[in-house]
Design a protein around this ligand. Structure first.
Ligand SMILES: [Fe+2]
Length: 216
């Protein structure tokens, strides 16, 4: 190695994943759980998206943000997205707005197929219940040209983070992740060992668009 060689590395085009943890989320999550299971009772078939209904994974309709039962969560999301707008230099006369919101209940054995969320800018997930063993969410580098011919890395050593081609997040109750809607993601099968509904992996998810403030 030549100690005299200097090298400047600059990262461009990063893939941004924002994380926000809601403190004291106990009451919020209990109230969400009640609303979500009630909604499943009301609409057992739900909709078929990335979930696996044939195995028991339930996906609600996508208009939950219109119900008062989810208003408190919406307030948290709006706080996060207004901070994102400021940090990213978005125009002041525009605002980030939740345009769709839904819930997914994954009982043990269920995951979600890899997918993206067309028609919006940002998408998010909020973990309402995440027992030990609940499936992790995996984000995959969408630059397939890069994946075609990968360099060899040192065996059994973790690559530098800037060289990762996928990343997993362990779900944690009270945690919110917001990611680009174009970023492919899927969810591993729920392997929780608890009994009954305590074993369910329960999330709220939402899509975010940028709209003129007057329309917000
Ligand atoms: Fe998704």
């Amino acid at each position: 190695m030549n100690a005299n060689v200097s090298l400047v590395r600059t990262n461009y085009f990063p893939t941004m994943v924002f994380q926000h943890d809601i403190g004291n989320h106990g009451d919020l999550n209990n109230s969400l759980l009640t609303s979500i299971y009630n909604e499943r009772e009301r609409d057992r078939s739900g909709v078929n998206k990335s979930n696996t209904p044939q195995l028991g994974s339930w996906h609600s309709h996508t208009g939950l943000h219109k119900s008062p039962a989810y208003a408190e969560l919406l307030t948290h999301v709006n706080s996060v997205t207004s901070l994102m707008s400021r940090e990213l230099g978005y125009a002041n006369d525009y605002t980030l707005k939740v345009t769709t919101m839904w819930s997914i209940i994954n009982p043990p054995g269920n995951g979600n197929r890899a997918h993206i969320h067309p028609g919006c800018i940002w998408s998010g997930v909020y973990y309402v219940q995440a027992p030990e063993g609940a499936g992790e969410i995996e984000f995959v580098d969408p630059r397939t040209a890069l994946l075609m011919n990968q360099p060899k890395y040192i065996a059994k050593k973790k690559r530098p983070r800037d060289c990762w081609t996928k990343v997993n997040y362990k779900p944690m109750a009270g945690r919110m992740l917001i990611f680009p809607s174009w970023l492919y993601h899927g969810v591993d099968p729920n392997m929780a060992k608890e009994s009954g509904q305590k074993a369910d992996r329960v999330i709220m998810s939402f899509n975010i668009s940028q709209v003129k403030r007057a329309e917000a």
